[in-house]
Unconditional design. Structure first.
Length: 212
């Protein structure tokens, strides 16, 4: 029996900051803000997947909401003359009007570039999943991703695949390691993510642990 804890959750407040930064003492307002944040994050991650968005931080003040979008291709989100950014603003404004009735909040969006994409577990998991969906050989995909991480300056990486790998009749789990992944050492900056890959045979779960 392994008592496993999310490596990012274990390091919250020590190495990592919260993705949602605000506080409400009113339980109802807290609940609504949390629900709204989850919906905004999920919708935008799907909508901006083409620009390899890796993280969305949400900060709330009394009458202001700030979205910080981390992307590998920020230019694709901003668009020509900032048109893409305006489209996102309109979309989120309509969403907030429905989710938070009676509240008028000023919306501010910041786009931050991800300078080393292969040191982001989300980007690595997403690139592995996309290749698995396109039916690439899973071992070469995983080893190629691990090599790119180590070349980018990573200290170690672990990738786990689970499901009907390569269309096998029976589902299984495969783990691949390179370098050092000290998951119990809290001072080590370990990024972790789960990402689903929907292949013809069914879902393959991709888990990535990345020591920066």
């Amino acid at each position: 029996m392994g008592q496993k804890v999310n490596p990012k959750g274990l390091r919250l407040g020590v190495i990592y900051n919260w993705n949602s930064r605000w506080f409400f003492s009113n339980k109802r307002a807290y609940r609504e803000a949390l629900k709204s944040d989850i919906s905004i994050r999920k919708t935008l991650m799907d909508k901006l997947a083409f620009a390899s968005t890796t993280q969305i931080d949400i900060e709330r003040a009394i009458n202001k909401i700030t979205l910080i979008i981390y992307s590998v291709k920020p230019g694709m989100i901003i668009g020509r003359g900032g048109k893409g950014l305006e489209d996102i603003k309109k979309y989120i404004a309509v969403f907030l009007k429905g989710a938070e009735q009676g509240k008028e909040s000023k919306l501010d969006i910041k786009i931050e570039p991800v300078k080393k994409p292969y040191l982001s577990a989300y980007f690595v998991a997403q690139s592995v999943a996309e290749k698995l969906v396109r039916n690439f050989p899973h071992r070469s995909v995983v080893h190629n991703a691990m090599n790119r991480v180590m070349e980018a300056g990573g200290k170690g990486i672990k990738i786990q695949l689970g499901g009907r790998i390569a269309g096998a009749e029976i589902s299984r789990r495969e783990k691949y390691f390179q370098g050092s992944i000290p998951t119990s050492t809290i001072r080590e900056e370990i990024d972790f993510v789960r990402y689903p890959a929907l292949t013809k045979s069914g879902y393959i779960g991709v888990k990535v642990w990345l020591c920066k």
